[in-house]
Design a protein around this ligand. Sequence first.
Ligand code: NAP
Length: 320
Amino acid sequence: MKAAVLHQLGQLPVCEDFSDPVAGEGEVIVEMRAAGIHPIVKALAAGTHYGSTGDVPFIVGIDGTGVLADGTRVYCGGARKPYGTMAERTVVPKGMCLPLPEGLTHEMAAALANPGMSAWLSLTWRAQLAAGETVLILGATGVAGHLAVQMAKLLGARRVIAAGRNAAQLESLRALGANAVIQLDQPQEDLVAAFASEVKAGGIDVVIDYLWGAPTEAFIRAISQRGLDHKAGRVRLVEVGQSAGATITLPADVLRSSGLEINGSGFGSASIEQIVKAIPEFFALAAQGKLHIELETLPLAQIEQAWTRKGDGKRVVVTL
Ligand SMILES: NC(=O)c1ccc[n+]([C@@H]2O[C@H](COP(=O)([O-])OP(=O)(O)OC[C@H]3O[C@@H](n4cnc5c(N)ncnc54)[C@H](OP(=O)(O)O)[C@@H]3O)[C@@H](O)[C@H]2O)c1
């Protein structure tokens, strides 16, 4: 079969022949149709993701959509190494095949599942978002951020604040439900003031953080207060991505003087059971037309062009 094979970490995958997978006990073969080039797919291929074992060669792609032998359309993930999802066929645990709802195309589901999961699990499980709360999305201009804005609204957030660098993308988020936007590429003092003004106006209950690094430090400064007589509200910050930096400096007294609570969401902290439960929940919303996502498709034969395409708020999906 044809597959996108990575021979060396940090290099581009190439489309070439690879031996067909054979299903073992509890596994199933999926005839693949579409797979998204998510940041984690590239980070695993670069060897920079915590999930990377360093073993090569392997077929790239962590999830995607396809068809089972009985014709069922499914979303799938968890392929047995060295197999991946950017191949004509893959092999996955039976339990990692979820039927696609009617109205959701293979391409749309492949684009949506990974970024959608990051937003849905963070908002529902880690942040326990309650209706009427205010949510800040740090890094809202990416695919996951776009979905987090929409999902926060669908889950009943009163106010959603979108923060990002790309001014055009940021403005477009208003049409998807953002009540306010904050431009990130401004002097750090001005950024702290912009966050502080939102905190003072109505408070921020939940932060979904795709950035970490300097923008997160600016937000933490904005909720830091001096004096002994202030009352600080809870702020649940969920760390989901690190597009702006791998580390932050966290002053000790912030944790004593503010209501900041930090946790994270991703493979490892979220169990497979939670992921398998979450995906059909937001797939159903997408099938009803309630979630908007931009995507671009390219065939497997053009994997190198697809790999190097700039996202700009849309997900590149490889079709098979
Ligand atoms: N934990 C999980 O379960 C999970 C799941 C999915 C994704 N993620 C992570 O979440 C992050 C976003 O994923 P995605 O699918 O939305 O990726 P994406 O579509 O490629 O978007 C990445 C975004 O990051 C922004 N960005 C990059 N560097 C930045 C910086 N220095 N300062 C501010 N913004 C910056 C980009 O903004 P510009 O437009 O300005 O370049 C872009 O909007 C990634 O780190 C990804 O690995 C985590």
